[in-house]
Design a protein around this ligand. Structure first.
Ligand SMILES: [Zn+2]
Length: 244
């Protein structure tokens, strides 16, 4: 019976490692989401800078175009005969000059904004690289932890076979049936007062006596096998004394 408890102990440990093995990859998912968010943040910072760069180039080419227009109109002025036409051309040139002024002012603002955006982008790049490195280190730790959990579980599973062989198959069948029905947790539970410690329901006086006498009996309420812990300890002591 002591061996059956050892088996249960082993199975409960294996169960714990298996739970870790499903839990660990979930932590990595969280990190993946964080990584993606950081990459998006960096992209936004870069896009802002690039957007300003593009706008600056557009403003500059508009200024050049307007300046060329003005030159053309200056040449046209020389050929004009009528005063109204002359005035109209002057007016158009004036408009172009005003527009150039507006664009040039915008270019100055853009240059300032670009300075800020560049600084922000460089800072973001550094900060995000640092955070990404931290995440990568955490992920490596998680991978190592997972590898340990797997190898420890495999080591426990390797012990299981020989242990099962040392136990009466009738007991193994009972034990396996209860484990399958319960899915998780213990199949063997100690007697607690006159109750099953698995479901906390009372056990008949007759059965309590048998359990106290060293038997493993199923609880009528939950089906788990109930045992008397001090008896198992005695059994262990006898085994080690007898050198068995
Ligand atoms: Zn019970």
């Amino acid at each position: 019976m002591k061996k059956l408890l050892e088996l249960q102990n082993l199975d409960l440990q294996i169960e714990k490692f298996r739970a870790r093995e499903t839990e660990i990859p979930k932590q990595k998912n969280k990190f993946d989401i964080h990584r993606k968010r950081l990459a998006d943040e960096l992209k936004q910072s870069e896009d802002k800078f690039k957007g300003l760069q593009l706008e600056q180039r557009e403003c500059e080419s508009e200024v050049t175009a307007k300046q060329e227009e003005i030159k053309k109109k200056e040449t046209a002025l020389l050929a004009v005969k009528k005063n109204e036409e002359y005035q109209a051309l002057l007016h158009e040139m004036e408009m172009h000059k005003k527009q150039i002024g507006v664009k040039e002012e915008r270019i100055l603002t853009i240059m300032e904004e670009m300075d800020n955006a560049r600084t922000c982008f460089e800072e973001d790049k550094q900060r995000i690289a640092g955070e990404q490195a931290e995440i990568a280190a955490e992920c490596d730790k998680i991978d190592a932890e997972l590898a340990v959990a797997v190898s420890e579980r495999e080591a426990l599973e390797a012990k299981r076979g020989p242990l099962v062989e040392a136990i009466d198959p009738i007991h193994i069948r009972k034990y396996d049936r209860i484990r399958r029905a319960k899915k998780t947790g213990a199949a063997l539970v100690p007697l607690q007062g006159e109750s099953c410690s698995g479901c906390f329901m009372g056990i008949t006086a007759q059965n309590v006596n048998q359990i106290l006498g060293g038997e493993f009996l199923p609880c009528h309420h939950c089906g788990r096998l109930v045992y008397y812990a001090p008896r198992v300890e005695e059994e262990t002591a006898e085994v080690s004394k007898g050198g068995l």
